[in-house]
Design a protein around this ligand. Structure first.
Ligand SMILES: [Zn+2]
Ligand SMILES: [Zn+2]
Length: 351
């Protein structure tokens, strides 16, 4: 939970000014805390931190004086962006950049490495481009560390029309970012390590032809009964997509449970007799906690959140059902994430 450094009011990730006292605030990436944002910079542990040069585009992160750039570490990860003359696309870029910052905060909280492309060959980069910008058709995807996002998907009517046409229960920008970064982590944490053997047993052999899989998926769709072993129809297309979908769901579940935990939410068994067997106490981190316990918390909380959404006339918050094979895939992701988190412990992930 983020707080204003002056009045302690609660701030959210996107906050530029404290809602309580009006202080200009910015996120200090290494500590994931809100600090005062002043043009002259503030001293944190002997280093001056100033607002990111994209603050006019609603970026509220701070950047260190020795970063070699006026842009924060999130903005520096953006390798390609729309042309400076395309102000409409730049407005959409600002929306997508906010989603990217949310993603990065979660990656850092989980202890996942964020090695920038400009520091390491094959490091993480984002090409945030628009199919409406005259740069040609943009295909959302991942290759060699570069995540490409089509900014037109920030347009609600466009994205929603696509969601309905593709028969998807859920389609968001955050979902795209989580899915694509899943491809990146499979590439660096699984395919280049011994995890690949168990991964192939669970998700299938990723060396199968991707173009054949693509053709098959868009001509005949998901196989009958896919729900019993996949989280989504898209996951059935190719082992890579199955992993990326499972990874995205791992991020959906842990972030939502963490948010509930930060808000102090507890489901008391004695207040809903016959429903919840024991108190459900979500955690800010499930590091060291078995996947089964995490998914048990998620079972009860997602049912509640779905009912909360219905109370507002909306559909399910989490319109998915987790079958036993999908739970085993999530367990694999949980173990891979914890394994790398043990190795990154104590290092600065966002800097
Ligand atoms: Zn304040
Ligand atoms: Zn920035």
């Amino acid at each position: 939970m983020l707080h204003c450094p002056r009045c302690s009011d609660i701030t959210v990730l996107e906050t530029l000014e404290c809602p309580g006292c009006g202080l200009a605030v910015g996120l200090h990436p290494p500590s994931l805390t809100m600090r005062e944002a002043t043009a002259s910079g503030i001293d944190i542990d002997g280093v001056q931190w100033s607002p990111c040069s994209n603050r006019d585009w609603r970026c509220n992160w701070l950047v260190a004086e020795d970063a070699g750039s006026g842009q924060c570490c999130s903005c520096r990860l953006t390798r390609q962006r729309p042309d400076a003359s395309d102000t409409i696309a730049l407005e959409k870029l600002a929306d997508a950049a906010g989603v990217k910052r949310r993603l990065l905060v979660q990656l850092a909280e989980l202890g996942l490495p964020v090695d920038p492309y400009y520091e390491r060959e094959g490091g993480l980069a984002f090409d945030l481009l628009s199919s409406y910008s005259g740069q040609g058709r943009v295909t959302i995807g991942h290759a060699n560390g570069v995540v490409t996002i089509d900014l037109v998907e920030t347009l609600d009517d466009y994205r929603e029309a696509l969601r309905i046409r593709l028969g998807e229960p859920y389609r968001t920008m955050l979902g795209h970012f989580r899915h694509e970064v899943g491809h990146y982590y499979q590439w660096i944490l699984v395919e280049q390590t011994d995890w690949i053997h168990e991964c192939r047993e669970l998700f299938g052999d990723e060396r199968a032809s991707y173009s054949d899989a693509l053709d098959r998926h868009y001509s005949s769709g998901a196989p009958d009964g896919w729900e019993s072993s996949y989280i989504s129809e898209y996951a059935t297309m190719h082992p890579w997509e199955d992993f990326a979908e499972s990874f995205a769901h791992y991020l959906h579940i842990t972030d939502t449970l963490g948010t509930a935990a930060a808000g102090g939410l507890v489901l008391h068994a004695d207040r809903v007799p016959g429903v919840v067997a024991a108190d459900v106490v979500p955690r800010s981190s499930y590091h060291g906690v078995p996947t089964s316990a995490m998914l048990a918390d998620w079972h009860w909380l997602s049912l509640l959140f779905n009912r909360v959404n219905h109370a507002m006339g909306r559909g399910d918050l989490y319109p998915f059902t987790l079958s036993a094979p999908v739970e085993r895939k999530l367990d694999f992701v949980h173990r891979v994430v914890q394994d790398v988190a043990r190795r990154t412990a104590g290092t600065l992930i966002l800097r």
